[in-house]
Design a protein around this ligand. Sequence first.
Ligand code: UT7
Length: 333
Amino acid sequence: MLNQTVRNAGIVGVGSYVPEKILTNSDLEKIVDTSDEWIRTRTGIEQRRIAEEDVFSSELSARAAMNALKDAGMQPEEVELIIVATITADMLTPSTACIVQHKIGAINAVAFDVNAACSGFIYSLSIASQFIATGQYKNALVIGAETLSKVVDWQDRNTCVLFGDGAGAVVLKATDKEYGILSMHLGADGSIGRNLTIPGLAVEHHEMEKRRPGNYRTLWMDGSEVFKFAVKIMAQATIKVLDNIGLGIDDVDMIIPHQANIRIVNGAAKLLKVSREKIFTNIEKYGNMSAASIPVALHEAVKEGKIRNDDLLVMVGFGGGLTWGSIALRWFR
Ligand code: UT7
């Protein structure tokens, strides 16, 4: 039976893990017709992390999860729910979340994956917080993890310079206090989903035509279409999630955006009329890690002391689907 009291879900632990191997822009100059200058000025990216051949999203997830549990002072057996946001699952089944559950020994946890691409972590946090709000579960481990290096076409300069591998995780717990997740806003528009695709089982002629022969299962993106959508939706989703709780952009202490392109972040900052110091970015180090970008950025912002108790945070993402999502939360540890 569900508990009648609706409770907030607060982040009590945060962790991340990125592979050791670094691929720099100058390394990419040797693979495709590109330049460090183009990548830096058009995207803000300087390097990205690449998982070893036999390392997949579940392994990055498990490591990030253990860091987050340690930060929360919790044992794996205490976890009641695991959600992994990923578009680079190890397998179609079992889910990456089930593999992680086994890897970390979270024997009492329910586990499933969420596929909402770069918005996946925001979608997953929203889902987890509903379970906590209703009293169904007392805590949740929410992970964003990707090994995009395994699905990019390393001959396609339009995409291979953009993406990287990594994982971030948070532990959510119920709280009766006025902190934690205060508001959320999610959206999807499948009619424009073909701007960013990774084929699964369906073999479609028009998707085949977009790719080089023999590279059917790789990531393809119409970058400029996604770019235009992203700037607008990031600003709108930020305003909407604040509007829900009667707050405005001036009330925000820190925005943790999805890290796809520094020009998208700067464009959204301009639309929002918010100072760039209030927006955390680390894209230069990792590139776009899809569902992992926001939790890895959150972890770094916390480690760097950029988030203090009582701060109002907005986490905002957009991506494949196309999807978008934002969460407003009052930080307290
Ligand atoms: O996470 C959510 C999903 N991803 C995104 O949000 C990404 C959104 N899109 C973007 O970040 C940008 O659109 C890109 C970084 C992908 C591209 O930047 P752009 O300023 O929109 O460039 P463009 O697509 O208009 O291309 C400009 C030129 C083209 O050459 P021509 O046709 O003008 O001669 C491209 O062929 O830049 C060329 N180009 C490159 N040149 C050197 C594309 N990729 C590269 C490259 N190196 N890696």
